[in-house]
Design a protein around this ligand. Structure first.
Ligand SMILES: *Cc1c(COP(=O)(O)O)cnc(C)c1O
Length: 451
């Protein structure tokens, strides 16, 4: 029977627990009034199941906690740095490993060196901080997602891919203005969709033709590697580590938020091949992050990441991880709720525009669904629609992000039940208007009122 069981169980048992607090409908309604119907204003004890983000919210293993105890806090030359740098170098094949406190610090430092006023930086789709750091340097961040990414219902296996034709024409039309090309794996913004190895190779070939370096935004490299094994011809018999190593072998640099596939609560790194570029980045690192062997992290954080990078490539972990998103998506479909297809690695995205078709865009249907999931069941999700992006929003989506190794199947079953209950009473769900908003990034702090 080896491997033939249908139930995919959590590949861990629980050693340390954190109680959940149950609230009443009345308490949740009061909390919503207090926060101006914005779930970012809720306290942890007001939320039952928190699917706001998968960033920094994962559970660490016993080995990671052991590493925390071993953390060497020497200012320079710490053994924890050696362990961290070895783990990153072995994985990426890159000689230079620069620790940073989060992925966005890697972005800021690398772009300060590489990106200049008037430059153009293509990406399959920029993450919001990546775009902001490029625009801060007075350059233009352009998204070149593949055509399939537009259609939330298309079942294409690699909707995270870059449009290679458009990359090629962009490079041809802008000689000397493109300092680097970025590929984000998985493509977070289009639904945690993977990038195929064939696409990475094609992008690499275009970069070579124009002499432009390729940098990976690798926050979810392990989930991407697993989806390559599942979906791409020729990878079925490869290990996640082998696929990840092949992925990194095609790049000149890596920016990584370790709060995702580093299985850590904080941290990140920049890994580079070029000696001179790395030396310049280290010089900037010292200005704002710290000495090159800790870069804004404690020795114990470096230990947790070094260990996390091993554990995240365990096939049993990745099977469970990707299965969780598939399972929740399937439960949504069974209930008649549409999601972005196919489910990605780290989250399920509900099509709130379809579910609450009677709520006009101007009344923020995705926001209305987020409020109702919390009001009815204490589940916290996040709006990815007109509140976040304004009139430029392409879709009205609600993201249910899955923290790593935190919730069990019964938690996910409960979330599915809440979604179904909201769906059944959807015609009673009304829209919202904004009554106060800040000048930028309004989704974090805006206040709303029911219309
Ligand atoms: C989270 C994330 C970042 C930024 O990382 P932080 O650690 O949050 O600063 C960059 N790119 C992608 C794709 C991400 O998911």
């Amino acid at each position: 029977m080896d491997g033939d069981w249908r139930t995919i169980i959590e590949p861990f048992r629980i050693k340390s627990v954190e109680p959940l607090r149950f609230t009443t409908l009345e308490e949740r309604e009061r909390a919503l009034e207090r926060t101006g119907y914005n779930v970012f204003g809720l306290g942890r004890a007001e939320v039952l199941i928190d699917l706001l983000t998968d960033s920094g919210t994962g559970a660490m293993s016993a080995e990671q906690w052991a590493g925390m105890q071993r953390g060497d806090e020497s200012y320079a030359g710490a053994t924890s740095y050696d362990r961290f740098a070895t783990a990153v170098s072995e994985l990426t094949g890159m000689a230079h490993v620069i620790p940073v406190h989060q992925g966005r610090a890697a972005e800021r430092i690398l772009f300060a060196e590489m990106v200049h006023q008037g430059d153009i930086v293509p990406n399959n789709t920029h993450f919001d901080t990546t775009r902001a750091n490029i625009e801060y340097d007075k350059a233009e961040a352009i998204d070149l997602p593949c055509a399939e990414a537009d259609d939330t219902q298309a079942e294409a296996p690699f909707k995270g891919n870059m449009d290679v034709e458009r990359l090629s024409s962009t490079l041809a039309a802008n000689p000397g203005r493109v300092p680097l090309v970025i590929l984000t794996v998985t493509n977070n913004t289009v639904g945690g969709q993977p990038v195929s190895m064939a696409n990475v190779r094609a992008v690499r070939a275009v970069c070579d033709r124009f002499g432009v370096p390729l940098v990976l935004d690798a926050a979810r490299f392990a989930e991407n590697s697993w989806l390559v094994i599942q979906r791409e011809d020729g990878y079925r018999d490869r290990t996640p580590r082998e696929v990840a190593q092949e992925l990194f072998s095609l790049a000149d640099g890596v920016m990584m938020s370790a709060k995702k596939d580093g299985l850590a609560n904080i941290g990140g790194f920049l890994a580079l091949r070029d000696d001179e570029l790395a030396a310049n980045c280290r010089a900037l690192l010292i200005l704002t992050e710290g000495f090159p062997t800790y870069g804004g992290l404690a020795g114990r954080d470096l230990e947790a990441i070094a260990q996390g990078l091993q554990e995240v490539l365990d096939p049993d972990y990745l099977r469970y991880r990707v299965r969780t998103a598939e399972y929740l998506a399937q439960r949504c479909w069974d209930a008649g709720v549409q999601t972005v297809r196919p489910p990605g690695g780290h989250a399920v995205y509900i099509d709130a525009g379809a579910m609450l078709a009677h709520v006009p865009r101007a009344a923020f249907p995705a926001h209305a669904l987020v409020v109702e999931l919390y009001r009815l069941g204490g589940v916290r999700a996040v709006e990815v629609g007109s509140v976040m992006f304004g009139p430029a929003a392409q879709h009205e989506l609600v993201r249910l992000a899955l923290p790593r190794r935190v919730y069990t199947q019964s938690h996910i079953d409960y979330v599915a039940e809440v979604i179904q209950a909201v769906y059944e009473r959807r015609t009673g769900v009304g829209g919202y208007q904004i009554v106060w908003e800040p000048p930028f990034l309004r989704h974090f702090t805006a206040r709303f009122a029911p219309v």
